[in-house]
Write a new protein. Structure first.
Length: 89
């Protein structure tokens, strides 16, 4: 996630982490109820949790949930999602 799609992570944190002013973000962990992120705000790192839409019980659900968050973040922030041919999901 961090290496492949850092811009996606930033959009998720801006849209759902309550940090629209974040300038960078990286995923630091996750559990069955949320993703955990470190976001850069005003030059300092802030921890934030972004809840999943439902409890996750299987590893395969994580990817689908992150893709959903990315797509909803784009919609919420008025950003065009990258095309499937641009790194795809």
């Amino acid at each position: 996630m961090n290496d492949d799609h850092p811009e996606d992570t930033l959009l998720i944190v801006r849209a759902f982490g309550g940090l629209p002013e974040a300038t960078a973000a990286r995923m630091t962990g996750l559990d069955g109820t949320a993703g955990e992120y470190a976001a850069t705000v005003d030059g300092r790192e802030v921890e934030v949790r972004v809840p999943w839409s439902q409890p996750l019980t299987e590893r395969a659900q994580i990817r689908a949930e992150v893709v959903r968050l990315y797509q909803e973040a784009c919609e919420r922030l008025g950003v065009a999602p990258r095309g499937e041919g641009e790194g795809g999901h």
